[in-house]
Each structure stands twice: as C-alpha cells, then as structure tokens.
Write a protein that binds this ligand. Structure first.
Ligand code: NDP
Ligand code: HSE
Length: 433
C-alpha cells in the first residue's frame, strides 16, 4: 500500500458478489494503490453482501461477508454503496435508503433504472448525492457519461446500436458457423454474459431496459422499459439470416431511439433489424456492443467495446465509484438533469423498408395473390426473390419505405390466405449504408 498523508478513505459496501460484484471487488483491490495515487482517495471494501454465505467467496483482507443487505446500507463503516445484485426488490429499497442517508450509490442495474430511474435520479438530487450507473448500459463502454456530459449541449437526432451481448453472440454464431440457437445461448450463459433469466436477453427486454435509459439521457425524456416496443430474436432462423445476407444485410438485434423532427416525438424500440453489410454495426461480432449517436453538430459518433462480462462491467463500475468517492470527499455530486414526460411515437406510425419472407404453395396465381396484398395496403415492393423448397416455394420481398401499420395489415392478410403456409420473420431495415 502506498503511504500518502492526505489519503482520504472511502469505505465501500458491495451488494452482490456474482459475475460483476466479484470482478469489481478484485479490480478495486488490485488497483487500490493506483487509484490512491491518481485520485487521492483510498477505496476500501468493508462489507460484501450475498444471499448464500455458504458459497465460497474470495474477499480482500478487512472485508466482511454478510447476508443482511439492509444492515450493510445502514452500517457506519459503509460510506458508499455499490449495488451489483440485480432485480427490482430489494435493490430499489436499498438504493433509496442509501440515498436517503446521503450515501452515494453506484449501480449496474438496468432493469431497476429502466423502471424507477427517474424517481431515483430525483431522490439522488434531493439528497445532494451521487447515483451513477455507467455499467448499466453496455458494460465497459463509456456511453452514459459522454451522453450526460460531453454531449449535454448537442441536439441528438438518433441513438441506435447493439446493446445486448448475449443476442449479438448468438446471432454471430448462427450467421458465421451455422450454430444452433440453443447451443449458442448455452455458451453465452457459460461465459457469464446472459442475465440470470436469459429470456430477458433473447426476448429483447434487457435491450429495452438499456435503450430506455439511453433515450432518457439522450432526449431528457422519461422513458421506461414498458414504453419500449420490443421484439426479440427467438423466432429468427438461420434461413432468415442467410436470406438477409443475399440482399446485402446483416441481422442485428438493435435498440433504436429516434427523434421525429416533425412531431418532436421520440420512437424507442428494440427489434431484429437489417443493417447494410458496409455499415459499422454489421461488423460488430460476438458479445461486443456498439452504439451510434447522431448529433446535429457532432455528426455520427460510434461507441464500441465489451458490453457484457464481469471484468469490462467492473471497469465501468470502478470509474463511477472513483468519481462518486471524489465527489463525496469534496461534498459535491454529479447533475443528472431534468426529465420531461412526453408522449412517445407509436410503433404503428414508423416508416422504413421491410424484408418479409413467406412460404407459399408453388402453383399458378400465388404470386399474384400475395403481391395483391401489398398493393391493397399501399406497400411498394423494391426487390423479390423465389426459391423452391420441395413442393412449396419461399418468397422474399424487400419493400420500399412503408408504414408499419400497413405492413402489419399485410402480415394479417397473409396469415389468412390458404396459399401462404408460413409467414416468416419481419425484418426492418435501419441502415442502408
Ligand atoms: P449474478 O447473478 O452473477 O450475481 C448476483 C449477486 O447478487 C450474487 O452474489 C447474489 O448472491 C447476490 N444477490 C442477489 N440477490 C440478493 C439479495 N436479495 N440479497 C443479497 N444478495 C443478493 O449477477 P451479475 O453479476 O451478472 O449481475 C449483477 C448486476 O449487474 C445486474 O443488475 C445485471 O443486470 C448487471 N449487469 C451484468 C452484466 C454481466 O455481464 N453479467 C453486465 C452489465 C450489467 P447469491 O449468489 O448468494 O445468490
Ligand atoms: N445480459 C447482458 C448482455 C449483460 O448480454 O448484454 C450486459 O448488460
């Protein structure tokens, strides 16, 4: 330990010692001297809370393993609370209590922030203390702080990107080595990317929580996970990915938050999307995340890196902890800004190009019947392709810019047509270059 006469000790209580919590405790211990030398603050982990204390945990000297989470928050030897347990309760109560006691909080809990973030930000401001959450969005990638600070004065028109490592890992494996969906998911779970319940990843809810937080910060608007339109990847097949590639696109699960300049409404959504193969997002592989931010003066900015996993996430947590510790010692805190309540743009009102795959009977008049549906709904076809599959055929259509409600009407009509055997995944084009 480096001796420094003016060292100011900040004692940390860590809630959770799983994938992220254990990586954080290890990192803070390893980096202790360097943190002290660079910031003048000595971080000491005094308490670590888990549910099951019988499991083996490697803790640094002086840290005590506890199971009483409320006791940790109240403890006189905890100055700053690091919440890495996940879930809504008891995390919400514990964070609220910490803030109420003027103890700064650092959290990676996107599910909680996407539901109760705005109330918690207000509670932090009211208590004049920090609530920092860089790790909640895209693991180790600095994104929240650039949005909150560097781009504070920048009118942002769109933020979109790959914000879930598990699904990007699965899609990469399906597209590059033809891996089976469930095998790729099991591998992501083994590597520690997936949520405790991986449904949150594959059905898009984890991405929805992250894009809700991003949209709130980028547009100063209250957006909750439940406001986000969500489709996951569980219905995608290897065939959808192969066909998309033939048309020049990669399939990515994207979070999109976009300002409609005419109505000033924000559209916030998560769905599998088509990205032109020459777009930088198409090259983002494995569990990596990448987010493109479009600002009026800044132009397009890309943030890329490891969005999941213990160590990258712990790195983001540590950056916040150091800031909060310095602020605590200075008696100041970061400003999270004001959030207005605005009506979000309905999914049915968006316009884009679409790829639609249909399995149909291969007989005279079928193409006419199917294209008639598009014509009746005012949806114009840009490209089409037909492949034989036994006695049937697979038709793939790429549309010109079309309205979501009109395309959904087409899908309903296809499902009621006898000649249509199966309506495949609907893929929206979000980037043509
Ligand atoms: P884990 O499931 O690996 O770890 C959770 C930890 O919290 C465990 O030590 C668990 O103890 C403890 N815990 C859970 N509930 C309680 C409770 N009620 N009381 C006391 N201890 C409790 O989760 P992760 O580390 O993966 O995730 C933690 C947080 O970080 C989540 O909010 C997650 O969304 C977020 N996150 C995770 C990333 C990742 O890549 N894993 C990336 C970015 C954010 P026990 O084991 O004894 O049950
Ligand atoms: N389950 C999340 C993911 C962890 O796969 O991206 C990081 O938030």
């Amino acid at each position: 330990m480096v001796a420094q006469p003016n060292a100011q000790v900040v004692r940390l209580g860590v809630l959770g010692h799983g994938v992220v919590g254990s990586a954080f405790v290890k990192l803070v211990t390893q980096q202790s001297d360097q943190i002290l030398a660079r910031s003048g603050v000595r971080l000491e982990v005094t308490k670590v809370c888990v549910r099951d204390a019988k499991k083996k945990h490697n803790l640094p000297k002086g840290a005590v393993l506890v199971t009483d989470s409320n006791g940790l928050v109240q403890s006189a030897d905890v100055d700053l609370v690091v919440e890495l347990m996940g879930g809504i309760e008891p995390a919400l109560k514990l964070i609220s209590e910490s803030l109420g006691k003027h103890k700064p909080v650092v959290t990676a809990n996107k599910a909680l922030l996407a539901k109760h973030g705005v109330e918690l930000f207000a509670a932090a401001d009211a208590a004049s203390t920090d609530l920092l959450f860089e790790a909640a969005v895209c693991g180790g990638i600095p994104l929240i702080r650039p949005l909150r600070e560097s781009l504070r004065g920048e009118p942002i028109s769109r933020v979109m990107g790959i914000v879930n490592g598990t699904t990007n890992f699965i899609l990469t494996k399906m597209s590059e080595v033809g891996a089976d969906y469930s095998v790729a998911l099991a591998e992501a779970q083994k590597l520690g990317f997936a949520e405790a319940d991986p449904t949150a990843d594959v059905e898009g809810h984890d991405a929805a929580a992250k894009i809700a937080i991003i949209a709130s910060i980028a547009f100063g608007t209250t957006v909750r996970a439940e406001d986000v339109y969500v489709e996951g990847i569980s219905n995608l097949t290897a065939a959808d990915i192969t066909i998309a590639r033939k048309f020049g696109y990669a399939v990515k699960l994207l979070g999109v938050a976009e300002l409609d300049a005419t109505t000033s409404m924000v559209s916030v959504r998560v769905h599998p999307a088509l990205v032109a193969l020459n777009n930088p997002l198409a090259a983002v592989r494995e569990s990596f995340n990448a987010v493109l931010v479009d600002g009026e003066s800044s132009g397009s900015l890309m943030f890329y890196g490891r969005g999941a996993g213990g160590e990258p996430t712990a790195s983001a947590v540590l950056g916040d902890v150091i800031d909060a510790a310095i602020n605590l010692r200075k008696g100041t805190h970061a400003l999270l800004g004001a959030f207005k309540s605005t009506k979000l743009k309905e999914m049915s009102a968006i316009n884009c190009e679409y790829m639609i795959g249909l399995e149909v009977a291969d007989k005279p008049g079928v193409l006419h019947a199917v294209t008639g549906v598009f014509a009746r709904n005012g949806v114009s076809i840009r490209a089409a392709e037909q492949d034989g599959i036994g006695e049937d055929a697979r038709l793939v259509f790429l549309t010109h810019d079309a309205n979501e409600a009109a395309v959904q009407n087409c899908l309903r009509e296809f499902k009621s047509q006898d000649v249509v055997k199966h309506v495949g995944a609907l893929l929206r084009v979000v980037a043509n270059s």
